[in-house]
Ligand binder design. Structure first.
Ligand SMILES: [Zn+2]
Length: 74
């Protein structure tokens, strides 16, 4: 095998690896996407900061000022 062929083979192997990685990450992204945002949304009554927290909590502490707020219901 000559040197240019080796370099070509190496470049092709790199490309194949990158393509495989891209397909894999796309597959992972799609698997996790069908759950948009089930998190609850909170709006701080003191500083107005909007943030999210786990869906199973009723009250969450504002990360900006520390005030505990109720979730916004839609
Ligand atoms: Zn706040």
């Amino acid at each position: 095998m000559s040197i240019p062929n080796l370099i070509l083979a190496y470049a092709l192997a790199m490309l194949a690896g990158l393509a495989g990685l891209g397909i894999y990450s796309e597959y992972r992204r799609r698997r996790f996407e069908p759950r948009p945002s089930e998190d609850r949304i909170f709006r701080c009554q003191r500083c107005g900061y909007v943030y999210t927290d786990d869906p199973d909590v009723d009250r969450s502490r504002c990360s900006q000022c520390g005030l505990t707020n109720d979730a916004i219901e839609f």
